[in-house]
Every structure is written in C-alpha cells, then in structure tokens.
Design a protein around this ligand. Structure first.
Ligand SMILES: *[C@@H]1O[C@H](CO)[C@@H](O)[C@H](O)[C@H]1NC(C)=O
Ligand SMILES: *[C@@H]1O[C@H](CO)[C@@H](O)[C@H](O)[C@H]1NC(C)=O
Ligand SMILES: *[C@@H]1O[C@H](CO)[C@@H](O)[C@H](O)[C@H]1NC(C)=O
Ligand SMILES: *[C@@H]1O[C@H](CO)[C@@H](O)[C@H](O)[C@H]1NC(C)=O
Ligand SMILES: [Cu+2]
Length: 809
C-alpha cells in the first residue's frame, strides 16, 4: 500500500513539473517569498517566546530561589507566649483565668463581673503582674536556674468599691498564680473620688448633654453654628475633653471635672469654643457647679440662658469650620508636593538576617540582654539589663508622663494631667511598620486585664524592636598624612531600639530604649501629636500664642519621670559626683615668679545620704554623676562605674507645695537617688491627677544612707512648650526629644565595641605609601552576595485585620 501511494504521488509531481515549468517558476518565486516570510515570522515568534521565557524565568529566579530575601532567616525570633512565664513577664492568659476564678468566687471581695458594673457595685478596674521583691528575684536570677526556686507569680488588682457608703479604691495582691488562694492588701481607704471611673465620665457627659439640649441649644447654635444632637449633621458640637480638677484647686472632697466644648470638624481638639462646664459627681448625682461662656461665669445653664436673653451676657460668634482637606486641624497632605518626582524615601535592610534574638520578652543583642514588659498603669519597663552577662540595671521604667497647662480659660488653667489616670501602658498600640518603626522591625503585642473584660485584651504592634543605622559613626579616625601615619578606621553606628508609642488622647509620646555597641544605653522620649488649644481671646495672650484665627495654643510643661535601679558590679553601690571647679596655680613657665593662672580641676564627692543626693542642676557647679561598687576598682584604682548623663533637664518653676505640684514632687530634682525599697516601687500613682497619694518627696525625706546600698536613680526630663503655628496640625518631633544616657565610666578596660565586626579599616598595603595599593579590611561575613528586601506586608495584613490599628467596637 505504501509503495503504491508513493509511486502515485511521485508520478503526479513529475507530470506537473513537465507541463507547467514556466508557471512553476513564477509560482516558485512567490513560494520562496512566502517561505522566507513565514520563516521570518516564525523566527520572530520564537525569539519573542524565548525573550518572554527569559524574562519570566529571570523574574521567577529573582522571586524564588536564586536571589534570596534579605533577613529571611527568622529562627531567632520567638515572640509567642512562653509556656513557662519568666519572672518579669506580664500576666498570661492561664494566670488571668485562675485570677478571675479566685476574684469572682471570693465572697469577701463581693465583686460583680464586667457586664454588671455600676456605681453601687464592687468591680475590678485593672490587674497586672505584681513583680516579686527584688532580693528574691535577684537570688533566683543569679543562682542556678531552678524553676522550683522561682519566685511566686502574683497579680496586683485595683478594685473600685462602690458597694459601700463611702466608695473606695482597694489595691490587693493576689497570690500565687496561676491558681491563687489568697490575697493581701497593698493600699486601701483611697476615696473613689481620686479616680475617674468610666461610669463617672460617661454618666456626666450624658447628663450634661441632656441639660444642654434642654436649656441652651439655641445659644450654642447662635454662637457656634452647631448643636449637640444626634441630628447635628456636619455641624456637630462635642464635649471633647474632660479635665479632672485636682483637689488642690477645687478644695472639695467630691470629684470635679470640666468639660470643654468643640466644633466637631477636622480634628476637634483644634476647634475649641469658649464654653465649658464644671461638674461635680457623687455616685450618680451629677451637678453643674459653674458654667463658662465667652469669658463669663454663671452658676447654672438657666442663669446663662437668662443673662443671654436679657442681654447681660455678652454674646460671641464662631463660624463653623469648613471641613475639607485643607482645614488646618487635618493631617491630610496639602501644598505644592515634594519631592517633585515622587520617589520613595530610603529604607534599611538586614542583608544577613536579624542580629538580635527575641525569646518571649527577652532580647539579646551583641553583648546586651534585657527583659521588658508593659505596665498597664505606668508604661514600658525594662528589667535585668545586662552587658556581657553582667547586670547594669535591674529596672528601668517610665513612672509618669505629666503635662501642666496654663491659660485664662478654665480648661487650660486646670489641665494638669498625670497620664497614669488614662493608663499609660494600655494607651500604646497600633505601631505602623514603615512609619512608626522601620518596616524591618519586629512588632510585639501586649495584653492587659481591664475593666471591660474578664479576659486579657490584646493590642497588636505595641512594641517594636529593630536594629538600625543611626547614620552617625560610632567612632572614626582619619589619619591621612605620612607625618601622622596613614590609616582610616571607623565603625558605623548600629543600635538596637526597643520602641513603644503611647497616645493619651491628644499627645503621642515615643519612648525609645537604645542600646549601643560600646556598652552605652540611652532612654529617650519624644512628643508629637495634637496640642490642646483654647478659643482665642486677648486674655489668653500671656498663656499662649494665637495659632489660627480662632485658637490659642496654650503654654504647657511636659514632665517625664523614670526609675533607674542601677546595679553596677553588684547590688551595693555608691553614688559620687565628680565636681568641676576652678583652681589658681603658679604660672611658673614665665619670668614673673608670682604670676598665676586659673584653670579647671575636679574632685570626687561621695553622696552619703538621700537628701545629699537630690540633685538640682546648677550651671556654676558642673558635675558628672557616677555609680559604682566600692569593691570593684580597675587596675588604675578607679571604680568600674557607670555614669548618668541627662540631656533633657527642665526646671519646675511652680512653687513647692502649691496646687498639685506635690503630685509631681519628683520634678523638684533633675535626679534623685534613693535606697531601694519595695514600699517605694513607683513615684506616681493612678490618683496623681486628683490627689498626691504617692508623694515622692517622702522617698527622700527620711534621708537614708546611700553608702554601699542598693541605689535607685529617679530621673526627671521635661520641656516647656509655647505653641506656634507649625504645631498645626500636629507637633513635630524635631527638637522635642529628651533623653538620658547610661555610659560606661572606667567600667571596661577600653571601648568594648573594639570587638565589633562592624568596623572598617583602610590602610596602604605598604606602610605610609598609598601608591602601591590599599588594604580594605572588613570583618563581617556576608551570608549572600545579594538579596531582595523583604516586602512590607502591613497593608495586606491591615485589610484582613483592621483591628491591628483601629478599635472594632
Ligand atoms: C450593695 O449592693 C447591693 C446589691 O446590688 C445593693 O442592694 C445595695 O444597695 C448596695 N449597697 C451600697 C451601699 O451601695
Ligand atoms: C446631689 O448633689 C447636690 C450637690 O452636691 C446635693 O445638694 C444633693 O443633695 C445631692 N443629691 C443626692 C440625691 O444625693
Ligand atoms: C571602700 O571605700 C572606702 C572609703 O569610703 C575605702 O576606705 C576602702 O578602702 C574602700 N574599699 C575598697 C575595697 O576599695
Ligand atoms: C542627712 O543625713 C546626714 C547624715 O546623717 C546629715 O549629715 C545631713 O545633715 C542630713 N541632711 C538633712 C538635710 O537633714
Ligand atoms: Cu507640647
């Protein structure tokens, strides 16, 4: 069959060939063009496919295996809740379960659950870990790690007791977790009026809103072009801020606070109007004590109404702001855009992965190691900070963040906030990768036990830990000439930062703990966020600056307090100052035998007692502050010490004991040093805004000996802030940073960062001859030749889980 077919085929072809040679010739030419054309097209197509293939493969290669992702190695980061909580870790879910069972089953405490909370009830306001006494903890930490000897875990619980004739606060310690069977009282008999309960705040606002709607809605409408109503549309007024009035100002036992009124446009706090109400709260009895309208005071809303209608009250008019993206109170981008071409800003990568480890809440970085936690009440706390495994600090913690305002209007006059009233620790959440911290940072959540829930409430992105280039070399020297010897050696400044940002209503405070490779550590606080403003009037001009047509930015003083429990080469330390003074000496190199010159000298002065050690900065007596153990001297006879350096001092200019200055008596000193005591754990309290329950001055007044004792340095930082137009829309961070350093001082035989592999040395191959080649000496060991930066996945994460940034309820 095949043969026949073949033969037939050939025969046909032959026939055609013979008959149509000329024809075929023409046809062949055409065919040739077609063939060439088809071939070309095919070749092009193949080339195109090949090109596409190359591009796809290249991308695939880039995306997949060949070029690795920088810092892909994450095995050293384990931020999960550890099965066995460390001594310093916050309450765990299991512990809270045991704690709530104990609390709610205890008849004596008579507590109601969160859903039944009310003014005449006893309920839990908050609970957090109550750390064991220091000596117990240190014995455990410094002994063999044996979990049998681990100090008991305990919880401090703050209970609001409304179910008694005079409501009180009781602070108890419940023990041992996770299965407690007893409690003891830490502090009690504190009138509940030294706190603001959620009930007080919500109840008073509801009451006030109702009264205002009934009695003076028309005054507000005429004066401020808005109303307090659920139907106010885009012209709403709101009681935006609540100012608790210190009992030192009010002179009454009952709780008093002020509500300020705002036009709810843009960000409301920059649209205040000159209307505020002073209220008194006694359980569910809300009373309006005074009303302030346009600088005039009346005893009630009715009296305001009468005066307004009769014409005895001077009226005012503030137009309602036009709420668009250019409104001064809004943080939306505006103005001629830069950079013109819209390039993205630089960012840092970790080419060889993380150079720090985290296990639970313990961080290890270079020679550093520390534990950290978040106190619901006080804010971030670091524990057992070690360098080369030797403890330098037992505790480094934020104690209080306060701000004292001034103003003619009552809101600014009485605004003396101690932010612990707003719970500093649980006010930190939602750090945004790429803005608040570098995108390559490790973000950690924090959990709190608050009034609203029987379980821990977890906030995401409360802390971030990252290593970064400060852009400032840690050290360098450039010896460029033959005469001095040719070499360059330098080390870039890479630090590890633990950061949190607390947002207390209007202000945002960035708190950084910075670890340098040379054994230095810095604690820094920076303010940003919205200032508190009052409606502009001539009377405010001594207390603030007009920053827009209708508003004054009021003068205020930011106060920060830190506890630094130093343990330098052991617990028993001394505190000396190195006092710099002048001395007159012989000018004996010259002919006149009696000639003298004056120069500086220094002298060590031991601080023997607490009163002796309460430090107020004085320009005339410059000094170093040195902490050391008298038993550890270096080979030159100097103590192996750490030095405290303050870079953000500020003076309290308010007179001692006036107003609520006593609540901030810690601010009388730039630094105070006291003997460690478990009864002096914190310099402030939940009650400081209303009453000085903890008076720091008493820590000093017993004037105890500081010689070879466990010393605690209490450090105050502060900044006076006279607002200006660039504080709109928000205060920017440059110039607002305050910090203190812990610096090694004869502690090491030399700079310990000499061992760091980050340094770079450049020198001629032949001594002092740069013409025969250069040696470039590095000590790092790159994991990859090149790598791709990790993608910042925050946006995708946020879309799926908006709760990491915003409250969902
Ligand atoms: C205590 O609570 C009980 C039960 O809710 C209530 O009947 C009583 O009036 C309360 N007592 C006080 C003093 O609030
Ligand atoms: C409410 O408080 C006012 C003012 O303090 C007082 O005169 C009044 O008797 C109180 N009412 C009740 C029901 O306690
Ligand atoms: C400790 O200090 C005292 C002076 O206060 C000194 O006399 C003593 O020699 C010191 N001890 C040591 C071991 O250095
Ligand atoms: C504190 O105590 C020391 C030592 O007892 C004493 O010399 C000093 O005067 C006291 N300081 C004050 C202010 O009382
Ligand atoms: Cu400020």
């Amino acid at each position: 069959m095949e043969k026949e077919a073949e033969g037939n085929g050939l025969g046909k072809v032959n026939k055609i060939d013979e008959k149509h040679v000329a024809d075929n010739c023409r046809k062949n030419k055409k065919l040739m063009f077609v063939v060439i054309f088809v071939t070309l097209v095919t070749v092009c197509a193949i080339l195109l496919i090949a090109l596409v293939c190359v591009v796809v493969l290249k991308n695939k290669e880039l995306a997949e295996s060949k070029v690795p992702t920088c810092g892909g190695h994450t095995g050293v980061i384990d931020i999960s809740e550890q099965s066995e909580p460390s001594v310093f870790s916050d309450l765990t879910a299991a512990e809270v379960k045991g704690l709530t069972e104990y609390l709610y089953n205890n008849k004596e405490l008579n507590l109601v659950r969160p859903s039944e909370v009310g003014v005449d009830k006893n309920y839990v306001y908050l609970a957090e870990i109550y750390l064991p006494d220091k000596d117990e903890t240190v014995t455990f930490l410094d002994g063999n790690i044996n979990f049998k000897d681990k100090p008991k875990r305990e919880a401090k619980v703050i209970i609001f007791k409304g179910n008694q004739s005079s409501p009180e606060v009781q602070e108890i310690v419940v023990s041992p977790l996770p299965n407690p069977n007893k409690h003891r009282t830490l502090r009690d008999g504190i009138p509940l009026s030294y706190c603001i309960t959620l009930h007080d705040a919500i109840g008073a606002e509801k009451y006030l809103t109702k009264m205002v709607k009934e009695k003076i809605q028309d005054i507000l409408r005429e004066s401020y072009e808005g109303s307090i109503s659920s139907k106010c549309g885009d012209h709403c007024l709101t009681f935006g801020i609540l100012v608790p009035v210190s009992r030192s100002f009010s002179g009454v036992e009952k709780l008093r606070f002020l509500f300020g009124l705002y036009q709810h446009a843009g960000y409301y706090l920059l649209h205040p109007v000159d209307f505020s109400v002073l209220m008194e709260v006694d359980r569910s009895n809300y009373t309006i004590v005074k009303v302030w309208y346009n600088g005039q005071v009346t005893e009630s809303l009715e009296a305001l109404k009468q005066g307004y209608d009769k014409g005895t009250i001077e009226k005012q008019h503030v137009p309602f702001p036009k709420d668009d993206d250019t409104l001064y109170s809004k943080m939306t981008r505006r103005g001629p855009a830069f950079p013109e071409s819209g390039q993205r800003p630089p960012f840092q990568i970790e080419p060889d992965g993380k150079r720090y480890r985290i296990k639970g809440r313990q961080v290890t970085y270079m020679n550093w190691r520390f534990d950290f936690r978040m106190s619901t009440l006080h804010g971030p706390q670091l524990y057992d900070i070690r360098y080369q495994n030797k403890r330098i600090v037992y505790e480094l913690s934020v104690q209080e963040i306060a701000v004292f305002y001034s103003g003619h209007s009552p809101i600014a006059k009485y605004a003396n906030f101690f932010d612990s009233i707003g719970l500093i620790g649980s006010s930190a959440k939602g750090l945004v990768p790429g803005v608040d911290c570098p995108a390559h940072a490790t973000f950690l959540p924090s959990s709190h036990f608050l009034q609203k829930s029987e379980k821990l409430v977890t906030f995401q992105n409360v802390f971030c830990v990252f290593e970064q280039d400060t852009g400032m070399p840690l050290r360098r020297h450039h010896s460029y000439s033959k005469y001095h010897g040719m070499f360059y050696e330098g080390m870039p400044g890479h630090v590890l930062i633990l950061r949190t940002i607390v947002t207390i209503v209007n202000y945002d405070y960035i708190v950084d703990f910075i670890f340098y490779q040379n054994g230095a550590m810095e604690t820094k606080v920076v303010s940003t966020g919205y200032i508190i403003t009052t409606q502009f009037s001539e009377k405010e001009t001594s207390y603030g600056a007009r920053v827009d047509t209708y508003i004054t930015g009021n003068l205020h003083h930011h106060l920060f307090h830190f506890k630094v429990d130093l343990d330098i080469n052991g617990i028993k330390n001394r505190y000396d100052t190195m006092d710099i003074d002048t001395t007159i000496v012989q000018n004996n190199f010259h002919s006149d035998k009696n000639a003298k010159i004056t120069m500086a000298k220094f002298e060590r002065s031991a601080k023997l007692t607490e009163k002796d050690a309460a430090y107020k900065f004085n320009f005339d007596t410059p000094k170093y502050h040195i902490f050391y153990n008298n038993l550890t001297m270096n080979s030159f006879g100097n103590p192996k010490a750490y030095r405290v350096l303050l870079k953000g001092m500020s003076k309290q200019i308010l007179p001692k004991d006036k107003g609520n200055e006593p609540s901030a008596s810690w601010f009388r000193y730039q630094m105070a040093v006291t003997k460690h005591k478990e009864t002096e754990r914190s310099s402030s309290s939940l009650y400081s805004t209303l009453e000085s329950v903890v008076n720091f001055q008493t820590f000093i007044d017993d004037n105890e000996s500081l010689m070879d004792e466990d010393l605690v340095a209490w450090i105050s930082l502060g900044i006076q802030h006279i607002p200006h137009t660039e504080d709109l829309p928000v205060t920017h961070t440059p110039g607002m940073d305050l910090s203190f350093f812990l610096l090694p001082y004869n502690y090491f035989p030399e700079d310990p960062s000499m061992a760091s592999r980050d340094s770079v040395r450049i020198e001629p191959k032949m001594k002092n001859n740069a013409n025969v080649g250069i040696n470039f000496i590095r000590h790092s060991k790159p994991r990859y030749k090149r790598c791709l930066p990790k993608k910042n996945m925050y946006q995708e994460l946020l879309q799926k889980n908006p709760g990491i940034l915003f409250d969902l309820k």
